[in-house]
Design a protein around this ligand. Structure first.
Ligand SMILES: [Zn+2]
Length: 261
């Protein structure tokens, strides 16, 4: 993509990020690959809603500022790692979508076989390990997952999405937050039913046509794919929590009955 066009599209995406409240204050960063050693990036310390094309910077594949008046963000390491691992992508969007991030705080994964349309567009939406902000750990935690996923939640931090262009990376972020919203509401309404393995197999056939690689093998212990549900699954955790709550409330009721009954 010519640099001028890349600048225009990046600013449009930045404004959308801020309008949709996927970032606040100086949060988030966006990058576009201009060539193998030139990357257009949002500068550090700017509100994405106020950025102009002139504020953008160009850095090399080690994060060194090549042009532009402002500083390279410390989160550049994450973007460059994504470009290193994925020669097929041309853009990276990092944001702080509130609901999806809240799921990671609660220790609940949204990488489940629940929404067929999400499965065949994104595969699953895994959550990375925790990384200390501004450190190279941010590159380490995405290193493996980025090979097979275009969209992921960064533990206690936000989201990372990649695509063939900046809009494709941005729309994957919209999908993440929308999935988090639907999952959140469904959890309030009752327990979430995952797709059956038959339904999932049918979705996988379509996904393959879309070139999505991560279907089935990466679902987070939902069991729909026939994979054994492990002890670490948060389905089990939430059951455990419910048991704890039930046990505690039973114990309190018994005590009250003993005293006043
Ligand atoms: Zn961030």
């Amino acid at each position: 993509m010519p640099e001028r066009e890349a600048r225009t599209e990046m600013i449009k995406v930045c404004k959308r990020l801020y309008q949709k409240e996927y970032v606040t204050a100086y949060d988030g960063n966006v990058s576009i690959k201009l060539s193998s050693n030139r990357f257009l990036m949002t500068p550090s310390g700017f509100c994405k809603g106020d950025l102009t094309e002139r504020d953008l910077i160009v850095c090399d594949n080690e994060g060194k500022n090549l042009s532009g008046a402002y500083d390279v963000t410390s989160e550049v390491v994450m973007h460059l790692e994504a470009f290193r691992q994925r020669p097929d992508i041309n853009a990276v969007v990092h944001a702080h979508p509130p609901l999806a991030t809240a799921f990671s705080l609660a220790g609940i994964s949204i990488a489940r076989c629940i929404l067929p349309e999400v499965i065949f567009t994104l595969g699953s939406i895994p959550t990375t390990e925790y990384a200390t902000p501004t450190t190279p750990e941010n590159a380490d935690v995405i290193k493996d997952l980025i090979k097979t996923h275009d969209a992921m939640i960064l533990d206690r931090h936000g989201s990372l999405t990649v695509g063939k262009d900046v809009w494709s990376a941005y729309f994957k972020l919209e999908k993440i937050e929308h999935t988090a919203k639907i999952t959140f509401v469904a959890r309030q309404l009752g327990s979430i039913k995952t797709l059956s393995s038959e339904q999932l197999k049918a979705v996988a056939v379509i996904a393959e046509k879309f070139g999505v690689q991560s279907v089935i093998q990466d679902c987070f212990n939902c069991g729909a794919c026939g994979k054994e549900v492990s002890e670490s699954s948060d389905i089990q955790h939430s059951d455990k929590n419910e048991n704890v709550i039930e046990n505690v409330s039973n114990a309190i009721t018994n005590e009250i009955l003993k005293t006043y009954g």
